[in-house]
Design a binder for this molecule. Structure first.
Ligand code: FAQ
Length: 322
């Protein structure tokens, strides 16, 4: 229902009001007028993010039954449950923009929606639980801390809680790798082998380089994104370098060096062909991920039907009581 103020404002005036709110670093809320492209961009990014959290449960869920101790199993279950919670906060945030949960779910299970490239790799080794926590959650934190200040209120607020939980995830991953890299030579080798596989894909999580990123400029002007893909990738690499040392592991990027003059890290070549193949659905685990999600959705149909029936009965009871 439009407010009285909205009824008397022209489209130009509404746009000017929106621009002024963005300029002043104020939040846009669901009740506010917003340009259609802003709304669509948010739906795109938030729903992709939500899908990533939900699909992102699969690589680690693979190790819940085989975690090496009860403590590790409890931590891993808690982490995977946290990711489900993140997905739900984010779906709720997207719903405030006028898209339904069903529409988003259908797009995912029909293979029409994107989710993070990183979750299309398999997890053959226990050390992968360490590398995912350290590198994948570490990259997620780098990318997501600035999103706590995203101009759209429900997204920014969801990100605050998510980031707190991601910090715990990152610490537990680092700790798994630390124990392995300070264990037997075989354990150290296992940690190194896993980090070798996850390092480059974790750099790809930040998206294409700035000159190949069609959405960045507008998203930054709208203060959805606060930093570019390359800026965040730089920040992440800078964070990893001393941590590689603490772990006693080698960084797989043999060309990595710090350029004192520009204050930037010079990275080796990222394999963008691999990244693009994953985005096209041709990554190592794309098919499994979508199939598993579709099966889980179908198997959960009875829960959704029961919830609808329960809500109907509650309404009926209230009608009789009135
Ligand atoms: N994977 O123009 P840009 C997690 C697509 S963390 C797949 O640069 P944008 C935690 C992009 O969508 C992972 N697709 O796009 C966790 C666009 O396609 P479209 C999730 C990618 O949006 C840890 C096209 O390429 N985090 O889940 C990727 O400005 C452990 C052009 O790219 C977020 O989603 C990629 N890596 O910047 C869970 C963070 N990169 O839609 C479980 C929020 C790009 O035009 C276990 N999202 N694309 O067809 C963002 O910050 C941004 O959306 C970026 C991409 C930075 C991902």
């Amino acid at each position: 229902m439009p407010t009285t103020t909205e009824q008397v404002l022209t489209e130009e005036e509404q746009q000017a009001h929106f621009d002024a709110l963005i300029e002043a670093d104020q939040r846009i809320e669901p009740r506010d007028w917003m340009p259609e492209k802003y709304r669509k961009t948010l739906i795109r990014q938030i729903s992709q993010h939500a899908h990533s959290e939900i699909i992102g449960m699969q690589p680690e869920a693979n190790w819940i039954t085989r975690a090496p101790s009860l403590k590790r199993k409890a931590i891993l279950i808690a982490k995977v449950q946290d990711e489900a919670g993140h997905g739900l906060y984010l779906y709720s945030a997207a719903q405030t923009l006028g898209i339904s949960r069903e529409e988003m779910t259908d797009a995912l299970i029909e293979g029409r929606a994107r989710y993070s490239s990183i979750f299309n790799y398999h997890t053959p080794s226990w050390a992968d639980m360490g590398a995912i926590g350290w590198l994948v959650d570490g990259a997620a934190i780098c990318n997501q801390v600035p999103l706590c200040r995203a101009s759209y209120g429900p997204y920014g607020r969801a990100m605050v809680r998510i980031c707190k939980e991601e910090s715990f995830h990152q610490r537990q991953g680092f700790e798994i790798l630390y124990e392995l890299s300070h264990g037997t030579p075989e354990q150290k080798q296992m940690a190194q082998e896993s980090v070798n596989r996850w390092y480059w894909p974790s750099l790809m999580m930040f998206g294409p380089s700035d000159d190949a990123s069609p959405n960045s400029a507008q998203s930054m002007a709208w203060k959805i994104k606060r930093f570019s893909n390359d800026e965040l990738r730089q920040r992440f690499v800078g964070m990893c370098v001393p941590q590689f040392e603490a772990l006693g592991l080698e960084c797989p990027d043999k060309d990595l060096r710090y350029d004192e003059e520009t204050g930037k890290w010079i990275l080796g070549e990222i394999d963008w062909d691999e990244f693009n193949a994953i985005l096209d659905g041709r990554g190592p685990a794309n098919t499994d991920r979508i199939r598993n999600r579709r099966d889980a959705h179908e198997e959960g149909a009875w829960v959704r039907e029961a919830a609808v029936e329960y809500a109907r009965k509650q309404r009926e009871r209230q009608r009789f009581a009135a």
